[in-house]
Design a protein around this ligand. Structure first.
Ligand code: CP3
Length: 353
């Protein structure tokens, strides 16, 4: 099992080193678009999969084996650690995490417990141990960022406008900071636990932070993110920061001690670099393009990859997660196409020079 050559293209790209081909992986690459995943979900609830190391490792490996991607991402949810600190979370089909006891006041913040990974998340360590034996690509660990976690805690579930979350932030800045500090401690403990167990990179998902204006982000959120990435940087493991609709935040993100910025399709890779962003980049195909005819899809992907590979430090991904209507065969063909296209380029350059 361990004698296959280890494919480190993804880790090299995180560090802005030369790569044999552009590395590819997909956010939410394990999920309901896969018939095999749906079959496993018939037998187990979401958190039962998460808490059963053998099944969880199998679900994590599925897309790696089927699509030939250059990285695996631990199968879990951003609410996995939150569930252990006294919050009653359920994952509701087609909706997402739903919470019966939302956080709406300082007393609610105070009743949140501390994360003790050894006690609360031993199964995560075991899943990661198994995966490190089984995989020949790097394993990405992940956590939700405090703003995005807070949005579920405060709204009580998914939201379109985050009025309650931002209302809390604007009207009770001290209580907001107490909540950010609590969630930052959870995030740091959880990521450190995954890294200790063997995660080779970590991604912080701040899916909904694009809803915040840039000056407010600087005031209410950036110090917390600075703290998280500064702590994780000490481990030496590459870090990725993801958000959707965050073009207006990228200049601030460029100042954070994070290695890779993951951007969505609302801004092009060229435009990101024109802003003066000098970090490694990940992205940014509109997931809806997976439903387009192959020719249109590839025209778009070629444009993205041509921009990305102009500089070292580029990872192909979607601008947001794979969704249930996506077709695994299209993702497989796309992965192969990018590998082939960018490998050919590298060979051509060697011949010409
Ligand atoms: O990428 C992977 O393969 C790893 C697994 C992963 C899941 N959730 C599994 C999951 C990851 C990285 C996440 C992160 C996550 N969870 C985010 C950040 C990324 C993003 O998409 O913005 C967010 C906001 C959540 C919260 C959440 N959990 C949502 C929005 C949903 C989907 C709701 C739905 O049903 O469409 C979930 C549930 C969830 N998490 C599913 C999976 C595979 C589907 C539910 C199921 O299997 O029953």
């Amino acid at each position: 099992m361990t004698n296959r050559a280890f494919n480190d293209a993804f880790l090299k790209a995180c560090r802005k080193e030369a790569v044999p081909h552009v590395p590819v992986w997909y956010m939410r690459q394990a999920g309901r678009y896969q018939p095999e995943y749906r079959a496993i979900r018939q037998q187990y609830s979401f958190f039962e999969i998460n808490e059963n190391p053998e099944v969880c490792a199998q679900v994590t490996r599925l897309p790696v084996e089927q699509l030939g991607v250059d990285a695996a991402i631990l199968f879990a949810d951003i609410m996995t650690p939150i569930k252990t600190i006294g919050v009653d979370v359920r994952i509701v089909e087609g909706k997402g995490p739903v919470i019966s006891n939302p956080v709406r006041a300082l007393a609610d913040v105070k009743r949140l417990g501390d994360l003790a990974p050894e006690r609360d998340l031993p199964y995560i360590r075991e899943t990661i141990r198994l995966l490190r034996e089984q995989l020949s690509v790097p394993l990405i660990g992940f956590a939700g960022a405090p703003f995005t976690l807070a949005s579920y805690l405060i709204e009580g579930g998914p939201s379109k406008d985050y009025h309650k979350t931002k209302g809390f932030m604007y009207s009770r800045p001290q209580e907001w900071q107490a909540l950010m500090d609590k969630l930052a401690a959870v995030t740091i403990a959880y990521l450190s636990w995954q890294i200790e167990a063997g995660a080779q990179a970590v991604q912080v998902f701040d899916s909904w932070v694009g809803s915040v204006a840039s000056d407010d982000y600087e005031k209410y959120i950036a110090p917390t993110m600075m703290n998280i990435f500064a702590e994780i940087r000490k481990t030496g493991v590459p870090t990725i920061y993801f958000g959707s609709g965050t073009a207006h935040l990228l200049k601030i993100w460029n100042q954070l001690p994070v290695d890779v910025l993951s951007v969505d399709w609302r801004i092009s890779i060229d435009e990101v670099r024109e802003l003066g962003i000098d970090k490694a980049l990940q992205g940014n195909l509109d997931p809806s393009m997976l439903l387009a005819p192959w020719e249109a899809l590839i025209e778009k992907v070629k444009a993205i990859v041509d921009q990305g590979k102009k500089k070292p430090g580029y990872i192909f991904n979607l601008g947001h997660g794979v969704f249930p209507e996506a077709d695994a065969a299209v993702l497989k063909r796309l992965t192969d196409w990018i590998h082939e296209y960018t490998k050919a380029e590298a060979v051509k350059e060697r011949v010409e020079s």
